[in-house]
Design a binder for this molecule. Structure first.
Ligand SMILES: [Zn+2]
Length: 246
């Protein structure tokens, strides 16, 4: 069969597609899209609930939506900052430990590195020579050990501030979408729903590019999850509004 010849070994995907690797290392696009989806889902739900409970008062919707945007974006940023900072601190602690080991036990660490290369199939003498040359400079040795032992690049640790700012912005952009129709003078819910569902579909389709799912499945799934969130709060809002509490 001719198709078998063009299928790369171990390739799960369909035949004839250019060999491109998904960004699995965590570029900016993925967190940005996830942050935006969070903003979309949480604020469309908020807007739907308030619109249902206040029989469509656009002032109440805008007020609640902007409060939801600020609160959500800030909370995302705080969470992201804490998570990335603790990760980076843990990495720095491991790197410092490794540096101390390399300074105090250079021979043992050289042999350790040579052993790692040998396990990858490199000839023992060559592995030892490579490890020796790497260990001529402490910084280089630390960087190589960090990379080989715990997959960390000491010069490229994630910045907690950058992570916090980008997740704040991503959430805010997503959360703004359901508010746009109200901000330009609209007073009914459906344009906010349509706009948000389209945006959720787009985000889901983008995220599916790094999975084996098709773009329309990813898009549709994200849209339905957003719709479920909006339906739930719409129900709550309606019930509260009808009970006279709203
Ligand atoms: Zn080591």
């Amino acid at each position: 069969m001719s198709t078998a010849e063009v299928t790369p070994p171990g390739s799960p995907g369909p035949v004839g597609i250019a060999h491109e690797h998904a960004d699995v290392t965590g570029g900016w696009l993925r967190p940005a899209v996830f942050g935006a989806m969070d903003g979309l889902v949480s604020n469309v739900a908020l807007v739907a609930g308030v619109a249902a409970g206040t029989s469509g008062s656009s002032k109440a919707v805008v007020l609640a939506g902007l409060a939801g945007l600020s609160a959500g974006a800030f909370s995302m940023a705080v969470g992201e900052y804490t998570s990335v900072a603790s990760q980076s601190e843990a990495a720095e602690r491991e790197i410092a430990k490794e540096r101390l080991e390399i300074q105090n036990n250079n021979t043992a660490e050289t042999l350790e590195l040579a052993g790692m290369y040998a396990r990858k199939g490199i000839d023992r003498d060559l592995a030892l020579e490579v490890a020796r040359q790497i260990h001529q400079d402490v910084d280089t040795a630390v960087a190589v050990h960090a990379k080989e032992e715990f997959g960390i690049d000491p010069d490229d640790l994630a910045s907690p501030t950058l992570a916090a700012v980008s997740s704040f912005l991503a959430f805010a952009v997503g959360a703004l979408v359901p508010l746009v129709p109200y901000l330009v003078g609209g007073s009914v819910l459906w344009p906010a729903l349509v706009l948000t569902f389209v945006a959720l579909f787009a985000c889901g389709a983008v995220v599916s590019q790094v999975t084996v799912r098709s773009w329309w499945y990813g898009g549709l799934r994200q849209m339905l999850l957003g719709a479920a969130a909006a339906a739930l709060t719409f129900g709550v809002g309606s019930a509260v509004g009808a009970s006279g509490l709203g």
